[in-house]
Design a binder for this molecule. Structure first.
Ligand code: 3PG
Ligand code: MG
Length: 372
């Protein structure tokens, strides 16, 4: 296990100090009638314990975050909506404009770090969702200021790191999402540790192709078929769908098929048989990690697989962890978020922590002048 992170208690007394807080306020936004709305403010609320700790000890807090992936200064990515919500939840906390408006952020530019820390006394990182990015605001300030991990960051690392070190068994992992290529690293890492890996989502079709099944017009990464075949032959327990919900070539008919997807048809969700098999694995597990939807759940016709997995994870009596992004929003949409032990605020960060056991943002904090 990597060494501990410096915590809030390891900071010099924050009373009267100015604190730069790196948060991940990269929240989902939607625009309706010209009004920008925050669809899910979990990432803002999740940082409140850290903010309250700092404010209650007399610190002045300036928060900073990225929002989306703007190419330079683009008003559509302004943090204004986040600033308004933050003012309701944590009055008095300032929020800088979107860090990614300045190319220095992603380039980890020294001068940009200088400007970020100017006038600040302490640095706190609570941006778990961005801890896998070696960007200026994540890795720069800990080299200059006494620094600490906020409460959220500490909890995320404890829970996700705990999955790697002595998880309660049996341990079942459920992975979905579009691309196998993006998940190969974490699949390898998880296979070392789990009793069973359940594969759904768009990436399951590359596994089905590796088993020799025609997949019609489904998502397929031809370059990953050999890798999937090796994984299936590795002797580890990997379950792939035995049935699939598919959409006709004209986009009008929906049909349940087996592992062979007819020409021109497109797999959109795991089938009910597969969902039942997955539920049978999730229910008795002592540890469950779930990341990625099982199908195109935004469309009600293809939501059943994701719903079945979400409900099984929610009712499982073991320790349940859901990786951020789409699986977390599916869970929230189904009203099940408070029925799992931990909903991570990180998507990519959670997967990279599982894959590598450490992240650039954590390494930087351990190098801070006040770290033990
Ligand atoms: C996320 O939403 O995954 C994090 O905020 C990181 O964003 P990024 O993938 O654009 O770096
Ligand atoms: Mg991401």
């Amino acid at each position: 296990m990597p060494p501990a992170l410096p915590q809030l208690e390891d900071l010099p007394d924050p009373a009267g100090k100015r604190v730069l807080l790196r948060a991940d306020f990269n929240v989902p936004l939607s625009t309706d009638d010209g009004d920008v709305r925050i669809d899910d403010d979990l990432r803002i609320r999740a940082t409140l314990p850290t903010i309250e700790w700092l404010l209650s000890r007399g610190a002045t807090v300036t928060a900073c975050s990225h929002l989306g992936r703007p190419k330079g200064e683009d008003p559509r990515y302004s943090v204004d909506p986040v600033r308004r919500r933050l003012a309701e939840l944590a009055p008095g906390v300032e929020l800088m404009e979107n860090l990614r408006f300045d190319p220095g952020e992603e380039a980890n530019d020294r001068e940009f770090v200088d400007r970020l820390v100017a006038g600040q006394d302490l640095y706190v990182n609570d941006a778990f969702g961005a801890a896998h990015r070696a960007h200026a605001s994540v890795v720069g300030p800990p080299a200059r200021l006494p620094s600490a991990a906020g409460r959220l960051l500490v909890r995320e690392v404890e829970v996700l790191g705990g999955l790697l070190h002595q998880p309660a068994r049996p341990f079942a992992a459920v992975l979905g999402g579009a691309k196998v290529s993006e998940k190969i690293g974490v699949i390898h890492a998880l296979l070392e540790r789990v009793e069973v890996l359940l594969v759904g989502g768009g990436m399951c079709f590359t596994f089905l192709a590796a088993l020799g099944h025609p997949v019609g017009d489904s998502l397929l990464e031809p370059g990953q078929v050999d890798t999937c075949r090796e994984l299936l032959d590795s002797g580890r327990r990997i379950m792939v769908p035995t049935d699939v919900v598919a959409l006709s070539p004209d986009g009008r008919r929906v049909r349940q098929v087996g592992r062979t997807i007819p020409d021109g048809w497109r797999g959109m969700d795991i089938g009910p048989g597969t969902a039942a098999e997955f539920v049978d694995e999730i229910t008795p597990a002592s540890t469950v990690f779930w990341n990625g939807p099982m199908g195109v759940f935004e469309d009600e016709r293809f939501a059943a697989g994701t719903r079945a997995v979400a409900e099984a994870v929610a009712s499982c009596r073991g320790f349940t962890v859901v990786g951020g992004g789409d699986s977390a929003s599916a869970l929230a949409r189904l009203g099940l978020a408070d029925r799992v032990d931990h909903v991570s605020t990180g998507g990519g960060a959670a997967l990279e922590l599982l894959e590598h056991g450490d992240l650039p943002g954590l390494v930087a904090l351990r190098g801070a002048p006040n770290a033990r």
